[in-house]
Design a protein around this ligand. Structure first.
Ligand SMILES: [Cu+2]
Length: 225
C-alpha cells in the first residue's frame, strides 16, 4: 500500500468513526424526549425574542410523570424534558424552583454562565452567582457533540428553605417557589441537552442516581428549530 492511499484510508476511518459517534448522539437525543413539547412563546414588541417557563419540583406529585406521580412519585423533576426554541433568537427563561436543597459538590456551578449580560434574577434581584451551600438544582444547557453550534448556559437555582406560603399543584402543596429568570441567545439549528449539576438524585454514592441518571427527570432537550 502506498503512503497516500494509507493516509486516505486513515482519513476515511476517522470520518466513519466521527459520523458514527455523531449518529449515536443524534439517536439518544431524538429518541429520548417523551413529554409533550413546550414551545417558546413570542414576546410581543420584542424582535426575535420568546419566553418559556419551567419548574423544578421536590417530587413528581404535580403530574409531570402521570397520575399519582407515575413510576417514581418521590423523585425530583423538571416540569418538561422537551422544549422547542427558535434559532438565532433571545430566549427568556423563567424557572419556578419549588425544592429544598443543600451544598454543591462542585462550586463551579454556583456561577451564572452563558446568559445575556452574565446575570440572572433571583426573586427579582440581579445576581452573578448564588450561595453554593443553598442550591436546589441547576439549569445547565450544553451542545451535544456534532448536533449544533457550541452553547453553554448554566444558572444556579437556589433552594427554597424559607418560604412558608403553600402553592397547590395537582392537589399537592408546595412551598412558594424561588423565581429565577435569565435570557440566552440561540445560534443555528441543533439539539442541546440540559441537566442539573446539584447532586439531587439519591440512591447511589454521591446522589447521582435515580432522578439524576434517568432521562426526563433532571434532564431534557432544547431543540433549536
Ligand atoms: Cu437537581
Amino acid at each position: 500500500m502506498n503512503r497516500s492511499r494509507s493516509l486516505g484510508i486513515a482519513a476515511a476511518s476517522v470520518l466513519v468513526v466521527g459520523g458514527a459517534l455523531g449518529l449515536a448522539g443524534f439517536a439518544l437525543a431524538t429518541a429520548a424526549p417523551h413529554q409533550t413539547a413546550l414551545n417558546c412563546t413570542p414576546v410581543q414588541g420584542a424582535s426575535k425574542t420568546c419566553a418559556i417557563t419551567l419548574a423544578t419540583y421536590p417530587d413528581s406529585g404535580e403530574g409531570v410523570h402521570g397520575k399519582d406521580g407515575g413510576a417514581h412519585p418521590d423523585w425530583v423533576t423538571y416540569s418538561n424534558d422537551n422544549v422547542n426554541v427558535p434559532a438565532n433568537s433571545t430566549i427568556v427563561v423563567t424557572i419556578n424552583q419549588y425544592d429544598s436543597g443543600g451544598s454543591l459538590n462542585n462550586a463551579f456551578f454556583d456561577q451564572v454562565m452563558g446568559t445575556v449580560g452574565g446575570t440572572a434574577t433571583i426573586n427579582g434581584k440581579t445576581v452573578t452567582h448564588a450561595d453554593p451551600n443553598d442550591i436546589g438544582h441547576t439549569f445547565t444547557l450544553r451542545g451535544i457533540p456534532g448536533m449544533g453550534t457550541d452553547l453553554f448556559v448554566s444558572v444556579p437555582l437556589p433552594a427554597d428553605n424559607n418560604s412558608k406560603t403553600p402553592v397547590i399543584l395537582n392537589g399537592v402543596a408546595y412551598a412558594k417557589p424561588v423565581v429565577v429568570q435569565f435570557s440566552f441567545k440561540t445560534g443555528s439549528k441543533g439539539i442541546y441537552e440540559f441537566n442539573c449539576e446539584f447532586p439531587c438524585g439519591g440512591s447511589r454514592e454521591g446522589q447521582f442516581g435515580q432522578a439524576m441518571s434517568t432521562y426526563g427527570y433532571m434532564s431534557g432537550t432544547f431543540t433549536v428549530q
